[in-house]
Design a protein around this ligand. Sequence first.
Ligand code: ATP
Length: 234
Amino acid sequence: MNAILELRDVRAAYDEITVLHGIDLSVSAGQVVALLGPNGAGKTTALKVAAGVHPLSSGQLWLGGRDVTGVAPRDLARAGVCLIPEGRGVFPNMSVRDNLLMMTFTGASREQIEEVAFSRFPILAKRASQTAGTLSGGEQQMLALARGLATDPAVLLLDELSMGLAPLVVGRLYDEVAEIARSGVAVLVVEQFANAVLDFADHAAVLVRGRIQKQGHPDSGLRSELAALYLGSS
Ligand code: ATP
């Protein structure tokens, strides 16, 4: 498969402290790749590197067969990279509709944005006039995803989608994420706890202290290795 997004031997640091020690990751269109690992392993940093919001110390970032190392975040966003940060990034005092319509800055029309959001997540249509802060955690995550989809991304970077949500809700969200991938989007998800995402991922990588310890198909013994390593159950 042709990779859309590639991190090649990426190192990254905060000041003098290196937190990614040369990681290789690639995501193709239609694929869900999970990057798993304990607290502080460097998962969020890897997503920030992929979105261009954190610099590489060395290595390369490739997008659609082009070396985009050092390209500004706004240009990567224009090229189709969409980061949905941990904590959802919705504006709690604005209505659901206004949260969505803010995305017209990307050039998408109001109609397009609402059509994509409300067809994918019908509950958001019902909640359109409510303030986002009154939504459940799962609905807020749907809103964050819908805002991301408004940009018609080629690459979706999701940080800890499951944070604070009940397992059933997480399962439904990942069903949608898998659907989004099937529509041709390359999806890279970061999660601390593995089980929920492994049911949906096509490929998984385990990051420990800034190094990829193992990667492969989630069926290939990776689950038991993960359990043995450190993740326990979730
Ligand atoms: P978590 O699940 O806690 O978000 P993570 O795997 O996403 O963990 P990162 O957030 O990428 O890990 O952090 C990797 C390392 O970099 C950690 O040791 C963290 O303390 C450090 N770090 C993260 N952000 C900064 C920052 N802005 N300044 C300095 N150090 C940072």
